[in-house]
Write a protein that binds this ligand. Structure first.
Ligand code: PHE
Length: 449
């Protein structure tokens, strides 16, 4: 189980890193959550708020996380510890958060595999609602698919940083872009699809005319920025720790944020026009991807082919994200506990799989176990998206803004003064004031309700 610090993995190129980090960012958050959240929160209004938050807090936090990672060359816990012992807890929050997210993320990942297999076998899902409900309520099937998804994730992580994570991302990400464009073209050319496009790009402010509604939109958009950009829990500290000094962190953070937002918007263009064209509800919620879309595919010529293409692209997105979640905890075991990569990944995967089983069963047999009135699955998502990630992000801003310091961060961001940092002033204002203030205000307001 020996492991030397020198043998830590490394991304072999800037492009490979950007693909891996974009792979972490682009995931179920973009394809599953973003469309239904925007459907529930006034369409374009949500999209606009999301973009503002992504620029004002997403980019600076991403940049800060990557610089902490590259500076320390350690996992989140080790990284904070080495910069200032008293702030080790921020890294601990991150590692716990990765655990929580992956345990439920892989349940949904499992659902995706189930759909691919179903469509591949040529099965026509004539009653999509019934099919979905029967499936998620079953005591066995969701658990099996969850285990399979976790095993695939573990397999890639065992392969290591450049040969596992980077290599798989370099294949899956470009494929994902091509596939999503295929689906978008099909969707926007459906007759009646125009309404869906309008819903997505023309803001309807009547959806946010009360304080409650507005704060709900703001909280959802903020939670989504953290979740979608993989922020506040150390995934990008971990990936940043495998970076060479000459990689331009600023450019990388713009590209990753832009690609992630692009995929979220493309997902909206893929889904909304189809939903409107066939007369379904855009605000269908989490079932949008698994219930509404299969109905849409069912009513479309050659629908089954588009269904397969679509769910494969969702799968690629999900795996490249889950890999980054597993890597956070694995890298902690490798760096701090000195375990081997193989042992660490398998060990961590087993524990995550175990917790995930409860999440998987909370749609059926364990459905009446409630924590504060919500199911196990919902509690896990609430804990990660609405609590751990924003708190992790908040403390990270405070840490970078006031403890480690903007100058130290900037030293790393500029690769020791070699690269110009034109936005330093804005970065500083965002880290010290804007991001912490937005996170805090939204956080407190949502708890007061
Ligand atoms: N960003 C991923 C998504 O949108 C989820 C994720 C969160 C991955 C945090 C890694 C870390 O699906």
């Amino acid at each position: 189980m020996k492991n030397e610090k020198q043998s830590r993995g490394k991304f072999s190129s800037s492009f490979g890193f950007i693909m891996a980090a974009t792979g972490s960012a682009v995931g179920l958050g973009n394809l599953w959550k973003f469309p239904y959240l925007s459907g529930q929160n006034g369409g374009a209004v949500f999209v606009i708020v999301y973009i503002i938050f992504a620029l004002a807090i997403g980019v600076p936090i991403m940049l800060a996380e990557m610089s902490i990672g590259r500076k320390t060359k350690l996992n989140p816990i080790g990284a904070y510890k080495s910069l200032n012992k008293r702030f080790t807890f921020i890294g601990v929050i991150g590692v716990i958060c990765a655990f929580v997210i992956l345990s439920y993320y892989s349940v949904i990942g499992g659902w995706v595999i189930k759909y691919i297999v179903t469509f591949f076998s040529g099965t026509h899902i004539s009653d999509a609602t019934g099919f979905f409900n029967n499936f998620i309520k079953s005591p066995v099937e969701p658990v099996i698919w969850h285990i399979i998804f976790m095993a695939i994730t573990c397999f890639i992580v065992i392969g290591g940083v450049s040969k596992g994570i980077e290599k798989s991302s370099k294949i899956m990400l470009p494929a994902l872009f091509i596939l999503i464009i295929v689906v978008v073209i099909r969707s926007v050319t459906l007759s009646g699809g125009l309404e869906g496009i309008k819903y997505f790009i023309i803001p309807d402010f009547s959806k946010v005319n009360s304080f409650d509604e507005l704060s709900k939109v703001l909280l959802s958009a903020m939670g989504q920025v953290f979740f979608s950009l993989s922020l506040g829990m150390g995934a990008l500290i971990t990936y940043g720790s495998y970076l060479k000094k000459d990689v331009n962190l600023q450019k990388s953070s713009y590209i990753i944020t832009a690609l992630d937002t692009l995929v979220a918007i493309l997902a909206g263009f893929a889904i909304m026009p189809a939903v409107f064209a066939f007369g379904f509800e855009p605000s269908a919620g989490p079932g949008l991807l698994f219930v509404t879309l299969p109905k849409v595919f069912e009513s479309m010529p050659l629908g089954i082919i588009f269904a397969i293409v679509f769910f494969i692209l969702v799968f690629f997105a999900a795996v490249s994200s889950s890999v980054s979640l597993l890597e956070v905890v694995t890298s902690y075991c490798i760096d701090n506990l000195k375990w081997s990569r193989k042992f660490s990944s398998i060990f961590v995967s087993l524990i995550m799989t175990f917790i995930g089983v409860f999440a998987a069963l909370s749609f059926g047999p364990l459905g009446n176990i409630k924590i504060f009135g919500i199911t196990i699955f919902e509690s896990l998502t609430f804990l990660s998206d609405k609590i751990l990630m924003p708190i992790g992000g908040l403390f990270m801003c405070i840490f970078v803004g006031y403890v480690w310091g903007i100058d130290n961060a900037s030293e790393e961001i500029t690769s020791g003064g070699k690269i110009k940092f034109r936005w330093k002033k804005l970065f500083s204002i965002s880290m010290k004031y804007i991001a912490p203030a937005i996170i805090l205000i939204i956080f407190i307001t949502s708890f007061l309700q």
